[in-house]
Design a protein around this ligand. Structure first.
Ligand SMILES: *Cc1c(COP(=O)(O)O)cnc(C)c1O
Length: 383
């Protein structure tokens, strides 16, 4: 078997630290007390990170982030509810799609992917539609890397007695979220974004209030968050087989996140993002203004050269020959492609990225402008 170790610069999955990967070599029984302790420690750490000890509980769900999101939507929104989905990118659209698949009559408001959601637009929509029961949106919309105003939107909903269900997949762990400051009902994240764990487990963080509420009868076993929550509380066990190796690695990743701290992790990603802007700035421009950029991923455009998915496929394939793996899809509306800034990214990879971009774009432009970027610049900045 040939093994290829890529340099991942994608917004999840991401480059894992060796300490995290090392945890995946231990076999463990899923109903053994030691494994139950690991599960409990993960749940506690997540709640500690959001300061939700008295108000919230974390329920791990097997699968990728979308599985956690679908479980939350299925468990806390019934067919008689009227949710509003605020959309500014593909993950907001996915929330709407899941709700519709489940026969829920959801409504939506849309804004462009390169702008944060407008608090005043949402406020006036809520005022005009008093029968709404839930508000769903994405905290960091990874499509363009825009951070939406979490606190203000949750506050709008809370004042009107509307439940909030938030996709915080790519923000949790690098953007400060506090249950004390923001009274959200449900927030979903997954192991393989800013927690810097392997893919395979998502987390539904729900208020004790909504967990204890009666709820509707749900037509799914695996998506039933309340049932899994009760089971964790009573027995400490997962109902069906958990990804035991992934959970052990995720526990280590959460330990390292706690040690680094969310704010510092966000700053580290911000340094990587700014370094990438400097490194490839001659060839591609950031889609967002400097203030609007999240530290999670950087959306770039290269007008005249990268216009279609086909154009982008050529760049993607070129980067792979350098062992560099960036997100593989062009966003057609904004003609942007994205580079992840999260995970254990090494300065040398950014240097390699510069070389690869120079090679590709100089050829595409038919000229030979040398790069002004040198390795010494970023090693000095101490990334
Ligand atoms: C990554 C991501 C998801 C989940 O994607 P999966 O492929 O299911 O892990 C959902 N929402 C956002 C904002 C994301 O960044």
């Amino acid at each position: 078997m040939s093994v290829q170790h890529y340099f991942l610069m994608t917004p999840g999955p991401l480059a894992l630290r060796d300490e995290v990967k090392a945890q995946m070599q231990y076999d463990m029984g899923s109903r053994d007390q030691r494994f139950k302790n690991i599960t409990a420690s993960i749940r506690e750490r997540i709640i500690d990170l959001i300061e939700g000890n008295d108000t919230h509980s974390a329920i791990p769900i097997q699968g990728s982030g979308t599985y956690g999101m679908e479980a939350a939507l299925a468990s806390f929104i019934s067919q008689s509810d009227r949710p509003l989905v605020c959309i500014n990118g593909i993950y907001g659209e996915r929330i709407l799609r899941i709700l519709k698949l489940r026969g829920v009559q959801a409504v939506s408001i849309n804004s462009p992917a390169d702008q944060p959601l407008s608090v005043s637009d949402i406020a006036s929509y809520l005022d005009q539609n008093p029968s709404l029961t839930h508000l769903c949106f994405v905290h960091c919309e990874t499509t363009a890397g825009v951070i939406n105003p979490l606190d203000a939107i949750v506050e709008l909903a809370r004042r009107r007695g509307i439940r909030t269900i938030i996709d915080a997949m790519s923000s949790f762990g690098s953007v400060d979220v506090s249950a004390r400051r923001t009274c959200f009902d449900v927030l979903v994240t997954s192991s393989n974004k800013c927690i810097e764990g392997p893919p395979g487990v998502a987390f539904v963080i729900a208020s004790l209030d909504i967990l204890r509420s009666k709820g509707h009868s749900i037509n799914s076993f695996v998506l039933d968050v309340r049932d899994q929550w009760r089971n964790f509380e009573q027995t400490g066990e997962w109902r069906s087989t958990p990804p035991t190796h992934v959970i052990q690695a995720c526990a280590k990743a959460l330990e390292m996140l706690t040690a680094e701290g969310v704010i510092r992790r966000g700053e580290r990603y911000g340094l990587v993002r700014d370094e990438i802007v400097r490194a490839v700035g001659q060839y591609a421009s950031p889609l967002l203004s400097a203030q609007a950029r999240s530290p999670v991923c950087l959306a770039l455009t290269a007008e005249g050269i990268i216009n279609t998915q086909n154009d982008f496929d050529a760049l993607y394939a070129h980067l792979i020959t350098y062992n560099l793996c960036i997100y593989s899809k062009l966003h057609p509306q904004t003609r942007s492609f994205r580079i992840g800034c999260i995970g254990s990214i090494k300065p040398a990879w950014i240097f390699l990225l510069t070389m690869a971009f120079r090679d590709f774009f100089d050829k595409a432009r038919g000229g030979k402008k040398p790069s002004t970027y040198f390795e010494s610049e970023f090693t000095q900045r101490g990334l």
